[in-house]
Write a protein that binds this ligand. Structure first.
Ligand code: ADP
Ligand code: MG
Length: 695
């Protein structure tokens, strides 16, 4: 308990250290979303500095989230010269606003190079914290990042805007249900994070892990995850020691790391925090990823956050558990006990279903990147088709709504486990369905398509905005109503009829679902460049503009950046593969072939009667595969050159997907075939067996 939040300038520290009036003022801004009173900045800055310096901090940084998806920081010391000596100073001005030279962050053309200045603005709703690294303590201040003209250049500003939009519309709907006390609704998120650990010595011998974060070559080991012995298995000591340190670091930072376990693939693990408001959950998930990586190095391991580090075993995702809470303490997705409460619950549930169906393309887009392309649609992660899982009971209620009025609900009852000494368990009304991309899990939705390396900001901006839109449409109708109950019934029925097609309780991994979804008219978008286009569709532009989340200009900038990141990622991967082929795999194969050839001549020299058929067969196979390897390397080089020569960004991304991507797969196949026949002592790269099973 002492450790938790010890490095956070949280509300209890503020209460202790700030004058009462200043604290009250600041708390109003934090809790009620009111504008920050600039006159209190100096007092807060000074208290923050005192607190940080007492704990050994020498520097502060505005900690922000540019559109790279990771965090950025520039450190400034508190020192300012005075009378030949120095003072430690931190002014309100420095707290509230920073002006980093931002010309090297992606802006999608929003910031001309002559106006390189970017502005960082203090986000007082996410607490400042101290980061301790190798004896260096830094005060980190969560900030927003925007351009001179006010456009968002980061992942925080639009997230805050989307939370505001959701709050506005949800409060409108709650008022219609007679709730007069609610003034704010916040979206809440708990992000489960998957990751891999590999021994650092192997990592350093693998150019692909170092450059691309995933293996670009590598034959599968004889054992993978088929024994199902890793998932929830007992955690090895080396990993436990690592997890302990990760937890302690996170607890100090006020991140409620709660659950940890072995995941499905060997070498794969998961950490899950307790949910909190989406802005803080997003900052905290960035910290989780940073801490996972940083602590791993201390244990001579490297943490891989790539979506698909190893072919042939599961990749890593992130489950985004999402709900809405009102400031009178209700979880708006919690089924109620009375008919009135249930009507409200069903309204918010229906708004979610409507939003997911209407903007399925946008949700798919929110999970699109080069790494996740290897997961979505493969049999380990949700398919590229968006559907909603509700469970039997709720699906039954929706059926009844469609048919007329909901009267009964399928009772969830108790589950008999057949052993009299064990307690009977109340049956979870929402039986788990692990294959669904958007599953209702009792009092929240779990969006399961996110990749492990993602900032969760993007998907949550989209979830918040599209649900705000659905709620807005509901409120627009119901505010005009003169007979609320009858009109609500009709609204729910119409909505259920129209959007029921997105509900699917079956196995999302099956081929039948792909066909069934096509029949229902649900979009299925496997390719990343195609998915990204959803961001700039007419409907997307309209919904983001309607809720002031993104202007068209900001949206296009983001689209441009995402397309560019896709192309750059594939370019790096292709270059790394070519490098590995030419500098390591092909020379190794030649060397080994030479040895085998030498053996043929050496053995025959002793006696021509000796059988050298094994060597000859091997040599033949080696030579064939070597030739294929060389041809495929050249083919990839050519595809890459052609794709890089295309000026139009959309066409270029399409060419990378159609040609470079395919040629990479072909080259990998020949490399892996060579790995299987080359003597172990010649093979220059750590194998899957070593990387996956050594921890
Ligand atoms: P599972 O692995 O079965 O999906 P976990 O218990 O590991 O379930 O994760 C559930 C996650 O959902 C946790 O991070 C939890 O904090 C989060 N969660 C619970 N309630 C809410 C809520 N109201 N809003 C958002 N997230 C929630
Ligand atoms: Mg989960």
């Amino acid at each position: 308990m002492e450790m938790f939040g010890q490095n956070v300038f949280n509300q209890s520290v503020m209460r202790d250290r700030l004058p009462k009036s200043v604290f009250k003022n600041l708390k109003k801004t934090i809790d009620e979303g009111l504008p920050l009173d600039p006159s209190i900045a100096d007092v807060v800055a000074s208290a923050m500095k005192e607190w940080a310096v007492e704990r050994g901090a020498t520097h502060f940084t505005h900690w922000f989230q540019p559109m790279t998806g990771i965090t950025a920081e520039k450190h400034d010391s508190f020192i300012s010269p005075a009378d030949g000596g120095a003072l430690l100073e931190f002014s309100g001005k420095e707290l509230v606003k920073g002006e980093p030279d931002a010309s090297s962050f992606p802006s999608g053309g929003l910031r001309a190079t002559f106006e390189a200045r970017g502005y960082t603005a203090w986000d007082c709703t996410s607490p400042a914290f101290l980061r301790e690294e190798a004896d260096v303590v830094t005060l980190c201040i969560p900030t927003a990042f925007c351009s001179y003209t006010g456009e968002a250049l980061d992942k925080k500003v639009p997230l805050l805007r989307s939370m505001e939009a959701l709050s506005t519309q949800a409060v409108r709907v709650l008022k219609l249900f007679g709730n007069t006390s609610v003034t704010r609704v916040t979206s809440t998120v708990g992000a489960e994070q998957e990751y891999f650990l590999v021994d650092k010595s192997f990592y350093l011998q693998r150019p692909d892990l170092m450059m691309a974060g995933r293996t670009l070559f590598g034959a599968m080991s004889s054992k993978g995850q088929e024994m199902e012995d890793h998932y929830f298995g007992s955690i090895k000591e080396r990993v436990l020691a690592y997890m302990k340190e990760v937890n302690e670091e996170l607890w100090k930072l006020g991140v409620s790391a709660k659950t940890q376990h072995n995941e499905v693939a060997p070498g794969q693990f998961e950490i899950a925090p307790i949910f909190e408001n989406t802005n803080i959950a997003t900052d905290h998930n960035q910290m989780v990823m940073e801490v996972l990586k940083r602590v791993a190095l201390r244990h001579d391991m490297v943490c891989l956050l790539h979506e698909k580090p190893f072919a042939g075993v599961n990749g890593s995702g992130k489950h985004n558990n999402w709900s809405m809470s009102s400031n009178d303490g209700q979880n708006l997705l919690e089924p109620g006990r009375t008919p009135h409460e249930n009507a409200q619950f069903l309204t918010f549930l229906m708004a979610t279903i409507k939003a997911v169906d209407t903007y399925a393309g946008l949700l798919r887009c929110s999970c699109a990147n080069a790494g996740n392309e290897y997961r979505l649609g493969a049999n380990e992660a949700p398919p590229a088709i968006i559907s909603v899982f509700l469970g039997e009971q709720l699906a039954d209620i929706i059926d009844q709504i469609v048919a007329g009025k909901a009267k009964s609900s399928e009772m969830s009852g108790h589950m008999d486990i057949g052993v009299s000494t064990l307690p009977s368990l109340p049956k979870d009304a929402t039986d788990r369905n692990r294959t669904s991309p958007f599953a209702f899990t009792g009092n929240k939705f779990e969006f399961r398509m996110l990749g492990s390396s993602f900032s969760i900001s993007g998907p949550n901006i989209i979830i918040n905005t599209i649900i705000a839109q659905a709620l807005k449409e509901f409120a627009d109708v119901l505010e005009k109503s003169t007979n609320f109950d009858a009109d609500l019934d009709k609204l729910l029925q119409d909505t259920a009829k129209k959007h029921q097609r997105v509900i699917f309780n079956g196995n999302n991994y099956s081929d039948e679902w792909v066909q069934e979804a096509a029949k229902r008219g649900l979009p299925n978008i496997p390719s990343t460049p195609d998915a990204l286009k959803e961001l700039i569709s007419k409907e997307a532009q309209e919904v983001f503009a309607a809720h002031n989340v993104f202007s068209d200009k900001e949206l296009h900038a983001r689209y441009e950046i995402m397309v560019e990141q896709y192309v750059k990622t594939l370019n790096i991967e292709a270059l790394t593969m070519i490098d590995m082929a030419n500098h390591s795999i092909i020379p190794t194969a030649i060397e080994y072939a030479t040895t085998v050839a030498a053996s043929v001549s050496a053995v025959t020299a002793v006696s021509s009667k000796l059988d050298v058929s094994t060597q000859k067969e091997l040599l033949e196979e080696l030579s064939d595969k070597l030739a294929a390897m060389s041809a495929n390397t050249k083919a990839l080089e050519k595809a890459l050159e052609e794709a890089n020569g295309i000026a139009d960004a959309d066409k270029q991304a399409a060419a990378f997907r159609a040609n470079v991507f395919t040629k990479m797969l072909e080259l990998r196949a020949t490399g892996d075939a060579l790995e299987k026949i080359i003597a172990a002592k010649y093979w220059p790269l750590p194998t899957y067996r070593e990387m996956l099973f050594v921890l």
